[in-house]
Design a protein around this ligand. Structure first.
Ligand code: CO8
Length: 265
């Protein structure tokens, strides 16, 4: 697609049944930096104008990762104000994806951690390859999820599962993700995109208008809307950046060593 020719971290491939949007920073396991988010934002705006009724598939380049989270190298030296802005920007892009009028599918190949799981959760449907791995490991970096994860995970998998994953930071496999309702379907390794294209074919027989209305209706039926929770999440996320443990957690990751957190919270 010509309108997307200048993009550096995202590719857009029009297929018969869907538009495939791929996060393409394979060297960094497709970690989300500001450029990825800005390009995703731009792509969503263009698709909204050009092909709002066509299903959208989000995936990651290569087989190792869907998206391994927000870019830790970019976050390590953020001030609380910068973190607040980054969180709000990411939340805005993911909300745009969540409210996209057509059906959106995350084809999850490999790691979907932190911001990666948050990206997948902003889609309507999640199809996971057997090698997919899910988790919210932020607390091990001295922060909390900041792109809607505290809100969407609780809504999708229930508060107990959300707390379990966020408090332990543990990484679960595709079958466990299916068991807690985080994904809709598990397929063989290398087949997530193919299955997502076939899923889009199945919804194409339905009225696009009805689909867009159904999405609005279902999201309105959720007991706690995204409004206040999102704002609290962004504030709390930014506060982590005023604390020792965020610098220490992120530096430790980048220096490939174990973090030494403060004993008193
Ligand atoms: N950010 C930056 N670089 C990354 C990231 C990341 N999230 N994940 C992987 N990379 C890089 C590695 O540093 C490495 O680079 P290099 O080759 O230069 O050393 C390369 O990708 C390959 O990674 P590994 O060598 O670590 O590959 P492994 O197979 O050994 O491990 C893992 C794969 C388990 C996925 C491991 O890379 C890992 O633990 N990554 C970090 C996962 C993580 O903690 N994600 C959460 C990040 S925090 C977050 O997402 C918060 C979201 C809200 C943000 C709100 C805005 C402020």
């Amino acid at each position: 697609m010509e309108r997307f020719g200048h993009l550096q971290a995202i590719t857009v491939t029009p297929e018969d049944t869907a538009t495939v949007v791929t996060v393409a920073r394979q060297k960094f396991l497709n970690a989300l930096n500001r450029m990825v988010l800005a390009e995703l934002d731009f792509v969503l705006d263009v698709l909204l104008e050009d092909v709002p009724n066509k299903p959208l598939i989000i995936t990651g380049e290569g087989s190792r990762a869907f998206v391994a989270g927000a870019d830790i190298g970019e976050m390590v030296n953020m001030t609380p104000d910068e973190a607040l802005a980054f969180s709000r920007f990411g939340q805005g892009v993911f909300s745009k994806l969540e409210t996209f009028p057509s059906v959106t599918i995350a084809a999850v190949n490999g790691y979907a951690l932190g911001g990666g799981n948050e990206l997948a959760m902003a889609c309507d449907i999640r199809i996971a390859a057997k090698n997919a791995r899910f988790g919210q490991p932020e607390a091990g970096l001295g922060i909390i999820p900041g792109f809607g994860g505290t809100q969407r995970l609780a809504r999708i998998a229930g508060k107990p599962n959300a707390l379990d994953l966020i408090l332990t930071g543990r990484v679960i496999n595709a079958d466990d993700a299916l068991r807690i309702g985080l994904v809709h379907k598990v397929v063989d390794e290398g087949k997530a995109l193919e299955e997502s294209l076939s899923y889009s074919r199945a919804v194409l027989k339905n009225s696009p208008f009805a689909l867009s209305q159904a999405k609005k209706a279902v999201s309105g039926a959720e007991p706690s809307g995204p409004g206040n929770g999102m704002s609290a999440e962004a504030d709390l996320f930014s506060r982590c950046f005023a604390h020792h443990d965020q610098k220490e957690g992120m530096k430790a990751f980048l220096e490939k060593r174990r973090a030494k957190f403060q004993e008193e919270p």
